[in-house]
Design a protein around this ligand. Structure first.
Ligand code: SAM
Length: 241
């Protein structure tokens, strides 16, 4: 029988970091792939930025990225309140994807859109759920034959979250139209707001409120519109930062 190596600890050093379309945590979808229009670059740092470290990786379409929730506190609790449960029911931290967890390790499955080895190593990623600056500690290719389990049960999160309808004011459309990235930014805004980033516990009491989500170099101002059938979100303004 083994004794638990309680005094053993391990030190992790980042192999790289991410530059993404998300300057802030607020608004980032809660899992990768929910906003496929979100672009990111994973930039390797020395000594890992040798093109040899990624030889053969471009034959894979998707990657597992292991990272540190560096913007989360180190403190954690055994029970957490997943936003998916409306923020008012608790589950064990290890039954959740909470960012407040021992060791602060995160895991995301992302699409690999390209590798640039002209100066160091930059991996172009699509649909990632990471704030810009997130430290990356490992990368592994995704193996669909071993890791895709469409028949698996998924507890309190059995299916992808519902997507809200998103509309744009005339002013917001005009700001978008004047930008070189208007098509991809338009798609990104719809995908991000469609996930309803408003905090669950504030939705009822602050239905009039205007929220702001920063995406790329803009601040997207939006509010909720209640009608008889459903809540929709309206982009009221897009302010360039
Ligand atoms: N797919 C990962 C996982 O399961 O480990 C992340 C899931 S976590 C629920 C996703 C949220 O983490 C995002 O909505 C964002 O607000 C937050 N987040 C992203 N990068 C972060 C970072 N570096 N530090 C703290 N929180 C972060």
């Amino acid at each position: 029988m083994h004794n638990a190596p309680e005094s053993e600890s391990f030190t992790l050093a980042p192999i790289g970091y991410v530059e993404s379309d998300y300057p802030d945590k607020f608004g980032i979808p809660r899992q990768p792939g929910l906003a496929p229009a979100a672009d990111a670059n994973l930039i390797l740092v020395p000594p890992y930025n040798d093109p040899l470290t990624v030889r053969g990786l471009d034959d894979f379409s998707h990657l597992w990225v292991t990272f540190i929730f560096h913007q989360s506190p180190e403190r954690w609790t055994p029970l957490v309140r997943p936003p998916r449960l409306g923020g008012n029911r608790k589950v064990g931290v290890f039954a959740s994807r909470s960012t407040h967890r021992p060791n602060r390790l995160g895991l995301s499955l992302v699409k690999l859109a390209g590798i640039d080895t002209r100066q160091g190593v930059r991996l172009k990623l699509e649909g990632c759920d990471l704030v810009s600056g997130t430290p990356i500690v490992d990368i592994k290719p995704y193996l669909p034959w071993a890791e895709a389990r469409p028949d698996a049960s998924a507890g309190f999160a059995p299916e992808a979250p519902r997507q809200l309808q998103v509309s744009f004011s005339q002013q917001a459309l005009e700001t978008l139209a004047a930008r070189a990235d208007s098509a991809t930014l338009h798609a990104l805004i719809i995908q991000v707001l469609g996930q309803d980033p408003r905090p669950a516990y504030k939705r009822e009491e602050e239905s009039e409120r205007v929220y702001g989500v920063r995406l790329r170099d803009v601040d997207v101002k939006f509010c909720a519109l209640q009608n008889d059938e459903a809540t929709t979100l309206e982009v009221v303004a897009i302010d360039e930062a």
